[in-house]
Design a protein around this ligand. Sequence first.
Ligand code: SAH
Length: 218
Amino acid sequence: MVNSSAQVPPEKMSFQLGLRRRGISDQAVLRAMEEVPRELFVDVGDRDVAYRDTALGISCGQTISQPFVVAYMTEQLRVLPRHRVLEIGTGSGYQAAVLSRLARDVVSIERFRTLADSARRRLEKIGASNVEVVLGDGFDIPQTLGTFDRIIVTAAMETIPDQLKERLEPDGILIAPVGPHEGTQTLVRLRRVGDVFERDDLLAVRFVPALPGVAREL
Ligand code: SAH
């Protein structure tokens, strides 16, 4: 018997519906979430739970964020097609892939070479040619990368460094989980208005810590 949904991973059918139920309403964001094959960004053994609304472990002791949190942060970032976006914490590359559907260009920085390399391969595979994955330290971003319309941090920072805020263009928006490395953080959104940063606290979240320096790997 022919089953037209045979190739669709379990739970993908209700993926968009679940995000809508949780309050995601931006059509472009929902479409991007629908189009990016999340099963390619999780560990091979987790493919059948790729569309479940949970974070999952990836290499180097890191995590791919829960789909709702990816969608929520992306929606709150208000990305436009002309925007140049910076992500700190490439991880699997999934958030960068979602952003690649909405922005002109995405630069994503990761401190683990293993993760940067595998994210680069996945992004190439899905044709996300407007993403540049950089091995580096989000606390020490090369000046040559310039400034950004939007910045998204996907690892917990105790405070948002001034150096990072300065990389925002006028009217730019930055989103980051801010708080202690252990326990919960607050998702903070900063909007640059001239030299002033307006702050909104959005949601309680849990992220792996942002650590300084490029990681030494075995
Ligand atoms: N956005 C990712 C998940 C991020 S997990 C995804 O979609 O899969 C957080 C990532 O931030 C980890 O991979 C971790 O290694 C990285 N990270 C932590 N501190 C960092 C820093 N200072 N610079 C760059 N990446 C960092």
